[in-house]
Design a protein around this ligand. Structure first.
Ligand SMILES: Nc1ncnc2c1ncn2[C@@H]1O[C@H](COP(=O)(O)OP(=O)(O)OP(=O)(O)O)[C@@H](O)[C@H]1O
Ligand SMILES: [Mg+2]
Length: 429
C-alpha cells in the first residue's frame, strides 16, 4: 500500500514553511512512521495541518478555486500565509509500495490578476533505478497549465546539478510547445482549465500509470469529519462497506458488518463494552419507512435505547472502531483530536486500535492524528510525535519528539511520552 514518507507545506496559513519526514532532497531524516501524531498549544496549527490534507484532496476533486472556498476556508486570500506574496505550496514524498522508488509531487497555487486562485505549477518526479542521490527525473511538468508528460514509465527530464532547473524547464516547455513536437516518449499537455489539477485530468488516462496511481492514492485519503449528531440521522436501509466522513451512514455500516463480518462486529462490541459501563449489544432495526435505526442495550435496563439516546462518547468510540475495522481500509486516515469527548481509559484502546490498523492484514496503512491528550501520547514513540510551536513572527515550526535526546533517553528508560509532554519536556527550552 502507498505511504507518505514526508511532506512540506509552504505559505498555508500559519504553516509558512514546515517539513515532516523525508523529502527527495532531505534524505538524512527518517521517513514518517505509520502513526503520526501532532501536538502543540492552541493556535499553533494542528487544525491547519489537518486541513492541508483536506485542502489537497479537495483541490483534486473540485479544483483549486472551489477548494479555497470549501469547508469555511474563506478563499485564497485567507489561506495564504498573511503578509506573503508567494504561492501556496505542497510537496508530498510518497512510495507506491515498499519496493518502488519514491515519487515527489509538487503543487503550487497562486492567484491571478483578478485575485482568483489557479494552479501555478505542478510536477511529479522520481529517481532512476539504483540512484540514491541527485535530482530525480520529472515525468510530469506543468507550468501555468502548459507542460509535458512522459508516457508510461519513461524516465523524464532533469537538469544537471548546479544548473538552474526552473530556467531549463521554461526553455524546454517553450521549445516543445513552439515546435508542437511530441515523441514516442512525451505528450504535450495544455489544460483547458487552469483551476483544475493536471493530475486529476491526466491521472484518468491509462497511458500515465504513475500519475493515475498518485491520483488514486489521494482520492483514497480518508479525512474524518465525524460528529455524533450527523451519526444520529436515520439513513435509508442498505448495507454499506465504508463509513462516510461525517458518519451519517453508521447504521448502514452496522448492517453490513452484521451481515458480512458478524464475528468482527461482535469483537468491536466486546472491546468497547469493556470500557463503557453498562454497554451491551448494538444492532440495527429497520423502520416501517425503510430507515435504519441503531439500537443498543444497556445492561441495567430491560428495554433497548435508540441512537438518539446514545451518549456522544459512546457513539464516537463505536464509530471509530467501525472505521478502523473497514475490510478495505483507506491507505491514509486523518483524524483531528480523536480523544475529544472520550474518557481517558479509552485512550490506550484507541491507540492500540490505530496501531493495529496500520498493519492490518499485511497492509501498511497510515494514520495521521492531532491531539491534546497526554494519555494518548503515552502509547506513542518519540519518532511518532511531532510538536508544533509558534514563533515570534507568528508562524509555526515543527519538531519531532525523537530529535530531543533527553526525551529519547527518558522514553528508553521507560518513562511514558505523554507524561514527559505534561512535564514540559517536549517544549523548547
Ligand atoms: N492566513 C494566515 N496566515 C497566518 N496565520 C494564520 C492564517 N490563518 C490563520 N492563522 C493562524 O492560525 C491559527 C489557527 O491555527 P489552528 O486552528 O490550526 O490551531 P490549532 O493548533 O488547531 O489550535 P487549537 O488547539 O486551539 O485547536 C490562528 O490562531 C491564526 O493565528
Ligand atoms: Mg485545532
Amino acid at each position: 500500500m502507498a505511504t507518505i514518507e514526508g511532506f512540506r507545506i509552504g505559505n498555508f496559513k500559519v504553516l509558512k514553511d514546515i517539513t515532516l519526514g523525508r523529502l527527495w532532497n532531505y534524505q538524512q531524516v527518517e521517513p514518517l512512521t505509520p502513526i503520526t501524531a501532532v501536538i502543540g498549544k492552541n493556535g499553533t496549527g494542528k487544525s491547519t495541518l489537518f486541513d492541508a490534507f483536506g485542502f489537497l484532496s479537495d483541490c483534486l476533486k473540485a479544483g483549486v478555486e472551489e477548494a479555497c472556498d470549501a469547508r469555511g476556508r474563506g478563499g485564497f486570500g485567507r489561506i495564504r500565509s498573511q503578509g506573503q506574496t508567494g504561492p501556496v505550496e505542497f510537496e508530498v514524498y510518497y512510495r507506491e509500495d515498499v519496493n518502488s522508488r519514491p515519487i515527489t509531487y509538487e503543487l503550487s497555487i497562486n492567484s491571478d490578476r483578478g485575485g482568483r486562485p489557479y494552479v501555478h505549477k505542478e510536477r511529479l518526479r522520481q529517481r532512476r533505478h539504483g540512484e540514491e542521490t541527485g535530482r530525480p527525473f520529472s515525468f510530469l511538468i506543468l507550468n501555468e497549465g502548459k507542460g509535458v508528460a512522459w508516457k508510461g514509465e519513461k524516465e523524464g527530464f532533469r537538469t544537471d546539478e548546479g544548473r538552474d532547473e526552473s530556467k531549463d524547464i521554461d526553455e524546454l516547455l517553450d521549445l516543445l510547445h513552439k515546435s508542437g513536437r511530441e515523441s514516442k516518449e512525451t505528450e504535450l499537455v495544455e489544460l483547458e482549465d487552469k483551476r483544475r489539477l493536471g493530475i486529476a485530468t491526466l491521472g484518468a488516462l491509462k497511458q500515465h500509470p504513475r500519475i493515475s496511481a498518485f491520483r488514486k492514492f489521494i482520492e483514497g485519503w480518508y479525512l474524518s469529519y465525524f460528529t455524533p449528531d450527523s451519526a444520529r440521522v436515520l439513513p435509508l436501509a442498505g448495507p454499506q462497506k465504508h463509513l462516510s466522513i461525517h458518519g451519517d451512514n453508521l447504521g448502514n455500516v452496522v448492517q453490513f458488518m452484521e451481515r458480512d463480518h458478524p464475528s468482527r462486529f461482535r469483537s468491536i462490541l466486546d472491546r468497547i463494552a469493556d470500557k463503557i459501563p453498562g454497554l451491551g449489544k448494538i444492532d440495527s432495526v429497520k423502520t416501517d419507512d425503510d430507515r435504519l435505526l441503531l439500537r443498543f442495550q444497556d445492561k441495567g435496563f430491560k428495554d433497548p435505547f435508540f441512537i438518539q439516546q446514545m451518549s456522544d462518547g459512546t457513539l464516537k468510540a463505536f464509530a471509530y472502531l467501525l472505521l478502523l475495522e473497514d475490510p478495505s481500509p483507506p491507505p491514509f486516515l486523518c483524524i483531528e483530536e480523536p480523544e475529544n469527548g472520550l474518557y481517558h481509559t479509552l485512550m490506550d484502546v484507541l491507540a492500540s486500535e490505530f496501531r493495529e490498523y496500520t498493519t492490518r492484514r499485511g497492509k501498511k496503512s497510515q494514520v495521521f492524528i492531532t491531539t491534546h491528550q497526554p494519555y494518548f501520547v503515552d502509547a506513542l514513540l518519540p519518532e511518532e510525535v511531532w510538536v508544533l510551536e509558534k514563533g515570534k513572527a507568528g508562524f509555526s515550526s515543527i519538531k519531532r519528539a525523537s530529535d530531543n535526546e533527553i526525551v529519547r533517553n527518558m522514553v528508553e528508560q521507560g518513562l511514558p511520552l505523554g507524561g514527559l509532554w505534561y512535564s514540559e519536556y517536549l517544549d523548547s527550552r
